[in-house]
Design a protein around this ligand. Sequence first.
Ligand code: NAI
Length: 286
Amino acid sequence: RGKRAFIAGIADDNGYGWAIAKSLAAAGAEILVGTWVPALNIFESSLRRGKFDESRKLPDGSLMEITKVYPLDAVYDNPEDVPDDVKANKRYAGSSNWTVQEVVESVKQDFGSIDILVHSLANGPEVSKPLLETSRNGYLAAISASSYSFVSLLKHFVPIMNPGGASISLTYIASERIIPGYGGGMSSAKAALESDTQVLAFEAGRKHKIRVNTISAGPLRSRAAKAIGFIDMMIDYSSANAPLQKELSAEEVGNAAAFLASPLASAITGAVVYVDNGLNAMGVGV
Ligand code: NAI
């Protein structure tokens, strides 16, 4: 039977999550999606109204099918964690069962198991502030949404992941090199995500035969990246300085993710895989 994938962090057709879903679908996987609760209505209605039909096209001409969209807020593990003001928020009150534990329970009830978990989400409320000006709350919020969210998703999904399965997250080189402008503790959050990739590869590998890798992706003009504010500069910088002087397409990251999730990568775990036109290998810009 085909593989089943859960991709957390899709709310439009511009980001890495969408491209990964397409590459996995093209390889024959069934696609389940976790969409941030406040973005759910617009994403689902756009899907229904055919707004994404052009970008749903797969190489064989068919359209990617999303079997089910689950509302998700990956900063909450279970209903007891949700503060009253969020519970009362209109956008949240209209959906139910969107904490990590509840989403996994729903997926288990609906489908029994998954093979592939993709984490393609990040959030840092103070991302535009330098680290020196970042508040404790801003820093912890970045870590919660961008790093612990992966620990939590894997922890809850791993009991229903089939042995031989794989998980993939998205990281950014600001974890290990200085990228001015990627602030608010987001660089710290990516460093945690990469370190956790190693420890979780050991734990999930030994206990469940699950592989854990992260893709360090080059710059893409996604919704999240536009919010940071320097994305066009980063794209220009990469085109000028990377070994491969072309704009990175989301599809190239999607294809690398499909490879990492496949048996072709059966001995790869605990790795940070660069999909960035080689920019990470440069020491100076030329
Ligand atoms: P995106 O905007 O398509 O994806 C981010 C998603 O996270 C959005 O759908 C948003 O709704 C969701 N999200 C935010 N907070 C959430 C929460 N608490 N619970 C559930 N979902 C939540 O943007 P993009 O850029 O494709 O981001 C995907 C991943 O790729 C992120 O981890 C990002 O850091 C990483 N990345 C992006 C790069 C870029 O240049 N765009 C470069 C390297 C890594």
